[in-house]
Design a protein around this ligand. Structure first.
Ligand SMILES: O=C(COP(=O)(O)O)[C@H](O)[C@H](O)COP(=O)(O)O
Ligand SMILES: [Mg+2]
Length: 426
């Protein structure tokens, strides 16, 4: 292993990819040694001094550890573009979040953020629709969008699934989605579910006069099958697919985005399993980095957490995720380990708040997120005392109250569905 990766006077070049890490060296290992090995192992080097790495090649490709803060355990590394296949998320992650996570020399290591140079941004399509295109799909511009997840998560027949979707749509949902673990089970096969649920959506559109979207989960055993499922939806006139981004994998996501360039399909990114990497603040990968990669590849909307619901994610994290989805320019925030990012021509994504939500939480969500958010309610609709349709209606009533800045109690006094929700979940 070379010993010259640390250069704290070095100024990253505009065309370099910069990473910020949180690092704890292993006991008895100096911070500098751990930094040096991390930079080498993530790029051109390995544990001993290899004769096959010429000084010239090392000079040409070596990364620079240009910032070290031992007190906070923060390390910043500038990587030369030539180290990467710059349009491949799998390869980029294999470098900057691969072997180094396993090194004995570190006790903990977390990839906090990645700042992409222009050439990398220009190697990706980014969202096809993005936040504003999603609004155009619905023709709704002045309020948050309301969605539901059909519950139970799995178990319903395709017919029953479509019926729950229909009731959710006519009750007021803009969006009905599959749950993350519903794909192609025997009791609810993909090809049958998508057809009859899209029919139910169209029926609800005619009855309500509102545009509705069904987000069918195309997560599949192979890329070929995933893409076939996307084609089926496209051929049926569906406008959305949903994909489980972590379990499907980064190559699948890039293949999907290439395919949707020739379809009229928006992509909803579910992040189940992200917590394997993102939950531990001292080891793994920050959800911010995963969100940026999802936007780079080109998904139109992404789950970012709720602060008030059932899943982990504090306000700083969730609002940073919202900003990374929705802003064209993300300012650096040293305290939150956020690197500056100018997104150039990469469109913003629509943030999705979901997980443990019920109608009574909407004013707080609206105060936090404003109108540019999709609020999703699973049990918050399907556990409503008056049933699914009333649960959806209660959500729309709560949105109306928030927009008009009327207290829920006052609004509920002449809106029984909201009243019933407040009584149940207080
Ligand atoms: O099905 C749900 C929520 O159902 P419910 O509304 O019944 O809790 C989603 O999978 C979670 O929101 C995922 O969490 P996250 O959005 O944090 O990834
Ligand atoms: Mg779910």
């Amino acid at each position: 292993m070379r010993e010259d990766y640390i250069e704290t006077e070095y100024k990253p070049k505009p065309d370099e990819l910069v990473c910020e890490y949180y690092m704890e060296p292993a006991d008895g290992v100096s911070f500098e040694k751990a930094c040096n090995h991390m930079a080498g192992e993530s790029s051109i080097d390995t544990w001993s001094d290899i004769s096959t790495l010429s000084p010239e090649k090392a000079q040409e490709l070596k990364p620079h550890v240009f910032s070290i803060d031992k007190e906070r355990g923060v390390v910043k590394v500038a990587y030369k573009q030539d180290l990467f296949e710059i349009d491949s998320v799998p390869q980029i992650l294999s470098a900057i979040a691969g072997n180094i996570m396993s090194m004995k020399l570190v006790k903990n290591l977390r990839l906090e953020d990645i700042a992409f140079p222009k050439d990398v941004l220009n190697s990706f399509r980014g969202p096809k629709y993005g936040l504003n295109g999603v609004r155009d799909l619905f023709g709704v511009y002045d309020r948050p969008l309301v969605g539901t997840i059909v519950k139970p998560k799995v178990g319903l027949s395709s017919e029953k699934h479509a019926d729950v979707a229909y009731k959710s749509f006519v009750g007021g949902c803009d969006i009905v989605k599959d749950d993350e673990n519903l794909t192609n089970q025997k009791f609810n096969a993909f090809d049958k579910r998508v057809k009859i649920t899209l029919d139910a959506k169209e029926k609800a559109e005619k009855e309500t006069g509102e545009r509705k979207m069904y987000l069918c989960n195309i997560t599949a055993p192979t890329c070929e099958e995933m893409l076939r499922r996307a084609e089926v939806i496209n051929d049926l006139g569906g406008k959305y697919v949903m994909i489980d981004i972590i379990t499907a994998g980064w190559s699948a996501l890039q293949s999907l985005r290439e395919a949707t360039e020739d379809m009229d399909i928006a992509i909803h990114a579910h992040r189940c399993m992200h917590s394997v990497m993102t939950r531990n603040p001292r080891h793994g990968v920050n959800m911010v980095a995963l969100a940026k990669l999802t936007r780079l590849i080109g998904h139109d909307q992404l789950h970012i957490g709720t602060v008030v619901g059932k899943m982990h994610g504090d306000k700083d994290e969730v609002l940073s995720l919202r900003d990374e989805c929705a802003l064209d320019y993300m300012p650096a925030n040293d305290q939150l380990h956020i690197l500056e990012q100018d997104w150039g021509n990469i469109k913003p994504m629509m943030p999705v708040a979901s997980g443990g939500l019920e109608p009574g939480m909407i004013p707080d969500l609206y105060n936090m997120f404003g109108k540019d958010v999709i609020m999703q309610f699973g049990a918050g609709i399907h556990a409503h005392p008056m049933g699914t349709e009333a649960g959806a209606t209660a959500c729309r009533q709560s949105v109306e109250a928030a927009l008009e800045n009327i207290t829920l109690e006052e609004y509920a006094s002449n809106h029984k569905e909201l009243q019933s929700a407040l009584e149940k979940w207080g």
